[in-house]
Design a protein around this ligand. Structure first.
Ligand code: UDP
Ligand code: G50
Length: 462
């Protein structure tokens, strides 16, 4: 055998184990892209069937773009009918995956070359630890939210949550987080989310490391505090690998929205989109529409009517109403489809982003230097919104509360959009984050160094 025909014995083989929902899948696929550039061999565990069509489409585009990646199709066991419809469909999928992981022992141990490490999603920690103990390989978790949220997650097992006299939780080195800002299902006793969050939080010290889509320019103090034992003692290394870069495979061909933007002046358009898994009420949709019109700015608005895309069947006119739709068309573009968010945020015509503060969206806004009007809807988003306001990547109107629970009037929204689009300070600060993000992802920058450090450890089995 000539040397070029020899199997590359030194190639580090890593299994990636994402969980449910686009917000959890996207960072794994971006990480995969980075690891491939660093010559890793990868196996992607895909839980079947995925909850949303967006996940199925993204996985197949990814696998076509990278045929060298092994897909390990993981057919998860259905949940008992008594709980199968009792909660958010993505939380139910977290739970179903967790209960099925024992099925992975044998296919993972049969992989060749043998695995050097497993990187699991944050919602799978306890179950993945069982797997890696059997396989005798290191276990790293990819945390799919902010370092601020991670600090809360790490401290949560030590927090006295049930103290009714206190309306906030003081996280060492981070500060006080009001209970009203916590993911609402965490406050529901015995909810699936609460159970997973606390079970996994208690076991993070058993991990070999935590990868996080964060960067020093945005959360340097928090990352330092985490790694110096100031949040809790004894954490494994928390490695900032952000910003994870959007990849070509993520989006199909250019869409009409980009052509529309091409003809508009710089920073004249506000982009409104609320991620892949939050639906606004019909009343709120109408208020958003009238707010966008009253702002006086041009807008590109992505409407989402159902939590799971497969159920999103009604047309735009029906949802928004004919009369409002007419007004909207005069000034903006309204879509009810998957858009290429990274291309839109990177377009020179876009000057502001009304966002639910899903963490991937926040990092994309920073990477493109677009100021954010934070409007948290569910989960970790209020903690992220508070961070955005603190570091000046955008503004957060605290009194709006949770998007899913309170109705924000169009007039109010319109005024805040003007404020966002006219703020020189926010524009400058967002541009600073963009510059820092670009530095971090340069060849030999902090991202490359972090990834090389990780691969070095994995190749030694640590
Ligand atoms: N996204 C997109 N097009 C859409 C909706 C979402 O490209 O029409 C991408 C977005 O850029 C981000 C991810 O999907 O990378 C959504 O993740 P995020 O954490 O922002 O929110 P989630 O969907 O989990 O609430
Ligand atoms: C998804 C979601 C709601 C939600 C979160 C989601 C997070 C992220 C952090 O990702 O809060 C997280 C940490 C530990 C855990 C689950 C989620 O067990 O729909 O709040």
């Amino acid at each position: 055998m000539s040397s070029s025909d020899q199997p590359s014995v030194h190639q580090t083989h890593v299994a990636l184990f994402p969980s449910a929902g686009i917000g959890h899948l996207v960072p794994f696929l971006r990480l995969a892209n980075t690891l491939l550039r660093h010559n890793c061999k990868l196996t992607l565990i895909t839980s079947q069937p995925p909850v949303s069509s967006a996940e199925s489409h993204l996985i197949s585009r990814f696998l076509s773009a990278f045929p060298q990646i092994t897909e390990l199709k993981f057919h998860i066991l259905p949940l008992h009918p008594s709980i199968a419809n009792s909660d958010d469909p993505f939380f139910l999928q977290f739970e179903a995956i967790r209960r099925s992981v024992h099925l992975l022992n044998s296919p993972l141990s049969a992989l060749s070359p043998p695995l050097s490490a497993l990187v699991c999603d944050v919602t799978l920690i306890s179950s993945a630890l069982q797997l890696t103990a059997t396989l005798n390989i290191p276990n790293y978790a990819l945390f799919t939210s902010s370092a601020r949220m991670f600090s809360f997650f790490a401290y949560y097992p030590f927090a006295k949550m049930s103290d009714p006299s206190s309306d906030s939780i003081r996280v060492p080195a981070i500060g006080s987080i009001p209970k009203t800002s916590l993911p609402p299902p965490l406050l529901v006793n015995n909810s699936i989310f609460q159970k997973i969050f606390s079970q996994d939080g208690q076991r993070i010290k058993e991990l070999n490391g935590i990868l996080i889509n964060a960067m020093d320019a945005m959360e340097g103090d928090t990352l330092t505090a985490l790694n110096n034992g100031k949040v809790i003692n004894g954490l494994p290394p928390v490695v900032p690998i952000g910003p994870l870069l959007p990849c070509d495979f993520e989006n199909p061909d250019a869409k009409s929205s980009i052509k529309w933007l091409d003809n508009l002046p710089p920073r004249s358009v506000v982009f409104a989109s609320f991620g892949s898994r939050t639906a606004a009420s019909r009343d709120q949709i109408k208020e958003i529409g009238s707010g966008l019109v009253s702002s006086g700015y041009r807008f590109l608005w992505v409407v989402k009517d159902k939590v799971v895309d497969k159920e999103d069947k009604e047309g735009l006119e029906e949802i928004v109403g004919e009369e409002l739709m007419k007004k909207l068309k005069e000034k903006g573009m309204v879509l009810k489809e998957w858009v290429n968010q990274e291309e839109i945020l990177g377009h020179r015509a876009v000057g502001g982003f009304i966002s639910h503060c899903g963490w991937n969206s926040v990092m994309e806004a920073a990477l493109k230097g677009v100021p954010v009007l934070a409007w948290p809807q569910i989960g970790d988003q209020m903690i992220n919104a508070e961070l955005i306001a603190t570091i000046g990547l955008g503004m957060w109107v605290e009194k709006w509360g949770w998007g899913q629970k309170c109705l924000v009037k169009g007039e109010e929204l319109g005024g805040r959009i003007k404020e966002l689009m006219e703020s020189e300070a926010l524009r400058k600060q967002a541009a600073k984050f963009r510059d820092e993000a670009i530095k971090a992802v340069e060849v030999g920058g902090s991202c490359d160094r972090a990834i090389e450090g990780l691969i070095g450890k994995w190749s030694k089995g640590t």
